[in-house]
Every structure is written in structure tokens, then in C-alpha cells.
Design a binder for this molecule. Structure first.
Ligand code: ADP
Ligand code: MG
Length: 325
């Protein structure tokens, strides 16, 4: 069956029927606006991310479920980067009338699966017919008490810089997808990223980090955002960069670090913290089953210096993803 037969309201009813009730949602899908009860004493953190067919995804690369999971994951990653616990989200869709109901149901299943995993509840959205491709926009709301919220602007000279997981895998996965590959860990990291929600919230609540960001545009670009807003510089040591075995086998060319530094979409957390708290950070992340690696330090000044494993200064060719560049 095509969406043209089900119609806008049939689709919204289908979605609404699949959303579990939650005590914080006083009015959910179905009315003109949702009514939400905030946790006392918490700030609301709100973020929005758009995913466009042909710009952010290719429908032939993966299944609708993983597209659904990723659409919410990128928003939850932004909340995690502020140390916020996800609570609610809005889902807006523009879909060509010829889209199959099966596709949309798979997509919504993926969205709701990611939501359930991290305690986020769907409370509304908007649905329109598209004359172009598929467009997905999610706005997610999270909460954290004011003193625990982590911003990009808190890095201080002398801090160490840490990153969770490994970097470069998603960008390597995208290269493989363009070559026709559809399986393996690198491809999965591109199509089905796992936001570091519990780790981000735990770091914030433990008060261990000074500044945090999620790695969506690449390590250098995202560390660059932290440096600019914190009015500091940084040093990154390539010998310390956490690279997966799969990444190392894929990136064997002249510059094996290029994708790890400038490729995007890893959705790992990058944060600065006092160097003497490294052991506590390692312990906390281990409790969450999340690997964490120190990759450099924050310095006075501006800009990022990168040191190659041979000790020489490394000049990156690209600086990360920029939509209008
Ligand atoms: P209005 O015309 O008043 O904007 P809509 O007809 O767009 O209302 O939406 C009706 C209800 O369905 C609203 O509560 C809206 O939040 C919800 N809704 C619409 N599209 C979606 C969607 N894709 N996912 C979840 N809820 C949706
Ligand atoms: Mg509307």
C-alpha cells in the first residue's frame, strides 16, 4: 500500500497508536500542541536536526529501521553532549505520495526503538507530502539541572582532551557504501550510530568534564568549535587517536589519519577535563561499557596543532564537513 491510500491522518493515527503513555505527557499526539510536565528544578534542553534524502542519506544504502534509529540518534547525541537526559521529541516528515506504507512503518519502528532505548517519548510532529525526496526533521527535548549542563565554552588551558569510542569509522563506512559495500562494522557505524546518552549524562552528573561536544563534523572541526567558544587552543597527538582495526585496514593510503580527523558522523563524545581526573573518567566510562581515550590537551591561544606519530607537525588537508562549502 502507498501513503496516498493511507492518507495523512491514517498515518498519524498509526504512529499515535504505537506511542506508549508517559506521566510527563499531559497532552500528546492528536491535539494542536503537546503539553509536557517538566521535572522540578531542571532546565529544558532542546535541539533539532534535519535529515534530507540525497544530502544526509541514500535510501538504497540501508533499511528504513536503521534510518529511523539514526534520525533520532543524531538528536539524542546532541542532548548527550550537553549532559542532558532525553525526555520528549517531535517528528516531522515530508514524504512523496508514492512512498510505501511499509517503508514508513519500518522507519517509525526504528525511531520508536531508539526512543524506548533512551527513555524519549514521541509527543507530536508534522506530516506533509513532498514533491522532492524524503525529509526528516526531529526536535528533541532533554533535561538537566542547571549546574550540571556541559557547554562547548568551558574548556580551560591545562585540561586534557578525551574522546569516547573510536573515530573515523562512520566516514570510512560511507566510503564503503559508495563502493557498493552494505555490511560490516564500518558500514554499521555510518548507518546505525549509537548515541552516547548514558555516558554523556554520567560525565555531566559526576562533574568531571569542563566542556563537551559530540563528534558529528569530525574531530578537528568539533574540537575547533570547543576551542573557539572557550577561547583556547589545543594540541592533538595522532599517536593517541583511537582507531578501530577495521578503520586501520580500510585507511592504508598516504594519509591514514585524514578520515579520523575530518570525517564526520561518529557521534562519539569529545570533552575536556582536568588531567588529574583521568582515572575517575576511565572508571566511570568503564562502568558504562564505553571506551575513552585521551587524545591531547587544551592550551592557551587559539587553533589546533596536530602532532604526527613521528613527532613532526601534521597539516590536515580537510577541516571537516561544512554544508555550504
Ligand atoms: P495541525 O494541523 O493543528 O498542525 P496536524 O494535523 O499537523 O495538526 O497534526 C495533528 C496531530 O498529530 C498533532 O498533535 C501533531 O503533533 C501530530 N503529528 C503530526 N504529524 C506527526 C508525526 N509525523 N509524528 C508524530 N505526531 C505527529
Ligand atoms: Mg500541523
Amino acid at each position: 500500500m502507498k501513503l496516498a491510500e493511507l492518507g495523512e491522518f491514517g498515518l498519524i493515527d498509526n504512529i499515535a497508536a504505537r506511542v506508549p503513555a508517559h506521566p510527563s505527557v499531559r497532552v500528546g499526539i492528536g491535539d494542536d500542541a503537546a503539553a509536557l510536565l517538566p521535572s522540578p528544578g531542571s532546565l529544558t534542553l532542546i535541539t533539532s536536526d534535519m535529515l534530507l534524502e540525497g544530502v544526509h542519506f541514500d535510501l538504497s544504502f540501508g533499511d528504513p529501521q536503521s534510518l529511523g534509529r539514526k534520525s533520532l540518534a543524531v538528536n539524542l547525541s546532541d542532548l548527550a553532549a550537553m549532559g542532558a537526559q532525553p525526555r520528549h521529541f517531535l517528528l516531522s516528515l515530508a514524504l512523496p505520495a508514492g512512498t510505501s506504507v511499509e517503508f514508513v512503518e519500518g522507519f517509525v519502528s526504528g525511531v520508536l526503538e531508539m526512543a524506548a532505548r533512551h527513555g524519549a517519548v514521541l509527543v507530536g510532529g508534522d506530516t506533509c507530502a513532498s514533491r522532492g525526496g524524503v525529509a526528516i526533521s526531529i526536535t528533541a527535548l532533554g533535561e538537566q539541572v542547571p549546574e550540571k549542563v556541559l557547554k562547548r565554552s568551558g574548556a580551560r588551558p591545562g585540561d586534557a582532551v578525551f574522546v569516547t569510542g573510536t573515530v573515523g569509522d562512520a566516514a570510512a563506512g560511507l566510503e564503503l557504501l559508495f563502493r557498493g559495500e552494505r555490511e560490516g562494522r564500518l558500514v554499521a557505524k555510518q548507518l546505525d550510530p549509537q548515541p552516547r546518552v548514558a555516558a554523556g549524562v554520567a560525565l555531566a552528573e559526576a562533574g568531571l568534564a569542563h566542556a563537551m561536544i559530540d563528534v558529528s563534523d569530525g574531530v578537528l572541526a568539533d574540537l575547533g568549535h570547543v576551542c573557539e567558544l572557550s577561547r583556547v587552543g589545543a594540541l592533538v597527538d595522532l599517536a593517541l587517536l583511537p582507531l578501530s582495526g577495521e578503520y586501520r585496514s580500510h585507511c592504508t593510503g598516504a594519509d591514514p589519519f585524514a578520515l579520523a580527523l575530518s570525517g564526520g558522523e561518529d557521534y562519539e563524545l569529545l570533552f575536556s577535563a582536568p588531567r588529574d581526573r583521568e582515572a575517575e573518567i576511565a572508571q566511570l566510562m568503564e562502568r558504562h561499557g564505553v571506551p575513552v581515550t585521551r587524545i591531547g590537551e587544551i592550551r592557551e591561544g587559539s587553533g589546533i596543532d596536530v602532532v604526527a606519530p613521528d613527532g613532526k607537525s601534521y597539516l590536515p588537508k580537510a577541516r571537516g564537513f561544512n554544508h555550504f562549502a
